[in-house]
Design a binder for this molecule. Structure first.
Ligand SMILES: [Zn+2]
Length: 351
């Protein structure tokens, strides 16, 4: 693993100390060694990531984060002018039957999942307004699923890449829509930002709430952080008849205010506490599969391709309980490193 990490470091030029100018500063015995704490947090995330969670490591430890919450209420360009939506080849991916009762109807970048039973379908996430019809409805049709059977739509959080098709689905098929309370408030507060995407207020998620259709039960866990209403889930699917437990992580990047100690330090703590909460629920559910709403984090599109060559081998999505726990350790380690940088700024009065 050591050489693998070194190789990654070379490829991505990520191994330079985060604040190398401080490294040569005269250590003050009375002062807290923030750099050592930051380095340890990043190292813990790198160690936890292995090859399985590199996408999450890169996104949360390495790539630049957005500066904070979007407070504007502008109509997105792809809604104002549908011709400006990204071209199909940038987002299209084939749908796939992933487990006996779980189907991928997402795209190259963002996911949507259909959990099926004889009594109906629970749909998780709805992608963008410009591709939800093609990917979700088109994908379901290709897979032999009838969108009229969608009983519930769970929106992991109210960003346009997940809520985009919710209004269309609610209008056409009348499913119940579940979302976190603070994210329902966003949808109502920013009518332009959510134009064509805004479902009418329906079910407000609660921690531990069970959404049940037929033999399937999705347990909703409140994991505020990425947005204040972010939801994650645990549920069971069948792999060739064998029950397999899934942990689904509903929000990953640091899209909250994270560039000033106040409220950044508090926001990171909310995020970290949510990952601990979800890790506990994943462990209690004996989750051996980690799903996300971005392929960047769970490698869904690549794993869908691997399914075709599986034969009698292991299911490509089943990474084991230890690796599922490691996923949440990556998120925690990277969030802690970013939080420590803000703590350092607060302590040094440079905020
Ligand atoms: Zn988001």
């Amino acid at each position: 693993m050591k050489s693998a990490v070194a190789h990654l470091c070379l490829a991505l030029a990520i191994c330079a100390p985060i604040s190398s100018k401080n490294a040569s500063a005269q250590p003050n015995q009375a002062k807290r060694n923030f750099q050592a704490e930051i380095d340890a947090a990043i190292q813990s995330a790198k160690t936890a990531a292995t090859f399985e969670h590199l996408g999450t490591l890169v996104r949360t430890c390495l790539l630049p984060q957005s500066g904070g919450e979007n407070l504007t209420d502008n109509v997105p360009s792809y809604v104002a002018d549908p011709a400006s939506a990204p071209p199909r080849e940038t987002w299209y991916a084939d749908p796939a039957k992933v487990f006996d009762n779980l189907y991928f109807v997402g795209g190259k970048i963002h996911s949507s999942w259909a959990l099926t039973s004889k009594e109906g379908i629970i749909l998780i996430d709805t992608i963008y307004p410009y591709n939800s019809e093609s990917l979700i409805l088109g994908g379901m049709k290709k897979l032999g699923l009838d969108a009229k059977n969608i009983k519930y739509v769970l929106i992991s959080h109210a960003h346009a890449d997940h809520i985009g098709g919710a209004e269309m689905l609610q209008t056409r098929y009348k499913p119940r829509i579940v979302m976190g309370g603070p994210d329902w408030e966003w949808v109502e507060k920013y009518p332009n930002r959510y134009k064509t995407m805004a479902p009418k207020r329906d079910i407000v998620a609660a921690d531990g709430m069970k959404i049940t259709v037929g033999g399937n039960a999705v347990t909703v866990w409140l994991t505020p952080g990425h947005t204040p209403g972010t939801m994650s889930y645990t549920f069971t699917v069948l792999d060739r008849g064998k029950p397999v437990n899934v942990a689904y992580s509903g929000g990953t990047a640091f899209n909250f205010v994270n560039n000033t100690p106040d409220p950044g330090i508090k926001n990171f703590q909310t995020y970290i506490d949510s990952q601990k909460h979800m890790a506990e629920k994943a462990a209690a559910a004996h989750a051996t599969v980690l799903l996300s709403n971005h392929s960047e984090f769970d490698n869904a599109v690549n794993k869908n391709r691997m399914l075709a060559g599986r034969g009698k081998g292991p299911h490509p999505y089943e990474i084991g309980a230890d690796s599922v726990q490691r996923y949440f350790q990556v998120m925690q380690g990277c969030a802690r490193a970013a939080q420590l940088r803000l703590e350092q700024r607060a302590a040094e009065g440079t905020s």
